[in-house]
Design a binder for this molecule. Structure first.
Ligand code: ACO
Length: 338
């Protein structure tokens, strides 16, 4: 899906603050060795993951989202009342309804915002970004808070070694606002989202919705947990992340050497290396934190962006390329001048 061309003059959109939160509890690969038939060597060699964070039993998706949001609001230097659009992307909402965004709205006092959730799995943060950019670009919103928060530990089958070693919990957020349009000021330069609904079966939580309602049998069969054909997902991830990033680079006229940092979805180091080498970015310009957090779905890109900014790996004026892939299938990318 490309940006609209010229039905009206689009307003520029700036990214003015980021924030993130991860739960305290660490679950290491050696902890997992005691739970399923796996090894630290296998997990590190196949994924790059060393540990992941696990939310407390009473810690909700909205609690993590709220903490990340407050940090982003503080970094942006705004008041919660200034937010007029609040989007949460999650596949692990507090409740089916109301939306997790509404809980966060109440928690942070963003009383002037329209709040809603979106679902795009690991691409959720970049789908939220694209959505907010459209609202602000059309003049329908001025200040948007976008959050991705996931309690994946809640939907992981802890007896399935092929998935339980991959995922973790956490949240990331960003504040977007109508930009100045000046050449060196912050701007979302372009964004791309896409999906292929013919491949829903290779990565899904089959039960708990209307397709396979919650019954005692379905719970016993763990149909409310993530099921994935990892090999197939891997292949599609590399292809679509590469294609999405390259189409964005071509559309914006940015050259790979103009990109200060790539902040990719943090699912698997081999996927990240395959994608970034294909788009011509050396490893020192790629941000990786999956060794600490595993795959936190849509939150992964958002947490990585916040950590990159706070660590000084991405500075004001730098062009950052974000690229993600997830269930749906979905893919997405964004080029942002900080
Ligand atoms: N420990 C030890 N052995 C394991 C484990 C484990 N944790 N998991 C699988 N194995 C075994 C398999 O059983 C298999 O054994 P076999 O050869 O005897 O049958 C062997 O290891 C190889 O398994 P593969 O699945 O072929 O391993 P692969 O190299 O593909 O790695 C992985 C698996 C890590 C899941 C990889 O395919 C992957 O990262 N896929 C992409 C996942 C992803 O990116 N998801 C993103 C979206 S997530 C979202 O949207 C919420």
């Amino acid at each position: 899906m490309n940006d609209l061309t010229k039905p009206f003059k689009r307003l520029p959109v700036a990214l003015i603050g980021t924030g993130s939160y991860v739960p305290e509890r660490r679950l290491t690969n050696s902890d997992l060795e005691k739970m399923v038939d796996t090894s630290n060597e296998w997990i590190v060699e196949r994924t790059g993951i060393e540990e992941r964070r696990i939310a407390a039993p009473d810690e909700k998706t909205s609690d993590m989202a709220t903490k990340a949001a407050l940090r982003a609001i503080e970094a942006a230097g705004i008041q919660p009342e200034e937010i007029d659009l609040l989007i949460v992307s999650t596949i692990t909402p507090d409740t089916f309804t109301p939306s997790t965004a509404c809980y966060v709205q109440a928690n942070i006092g963003a009383k002037n915002a329209a709040a809603f959730d979106i679902s795009a799995a690991c691409c959720g943060f970049l789908f939220a970004l694209k959505t907010a950019v459209q609202y602000i670009g059309c003049g329908q919103a001025k200040t948007a808070l976008i959050i991705s928060s996931e309690k994946l530990s809640h939907i992981v089958n802890w007896e399935d070694r092929t998935t339980c070693v991959l995922f973790g919990d956490g949240a990331g957020a960003a504040v977007l606002r109508t930009g100045s349009g000046k050449e060196n000021d912050s701007a979302v330069l372009a964004s791309d989202i896409g999906s292929d609904g013919t491949l829903t079966d290779i990565l899904k939580v089959p039960g708990g919705g209307t397709a396979i309602p919650t019954t005692e049998d379905n719970i016993n069969e763990k149909l409310y947990t993530l099921a994935m054909r990892g090999n197939e997902v891997f292949r599609h991830a590399v292809q679509h992340m590469k294609d999405s990033a390259l189409s964005l680079i071509e559309r914006t006229g940015i050259k790979p050497e103009d990109i200060a940092l790539v902040v990719p979805h943090q699912a698997n180091l081999r996927i990240i290396n395959a994608v970034t080498s294909r788009i011509g970015i050396p490893p020192e310009r790629v941000f990786v934190n999956l060794q600490k957090y595993g795959n936190t779905s849509g939150a992964a890109c958002a947490i990585a962006l916040d950590e990159a900014v706070r660590a000084g790996r991405a500075k004001k004026g730098d062009i950052v390329l974000m690229v993600a892939f997830g269930a749906g299938l979905t893919w997405s990318s964004a080029a942002i001048r900080l």
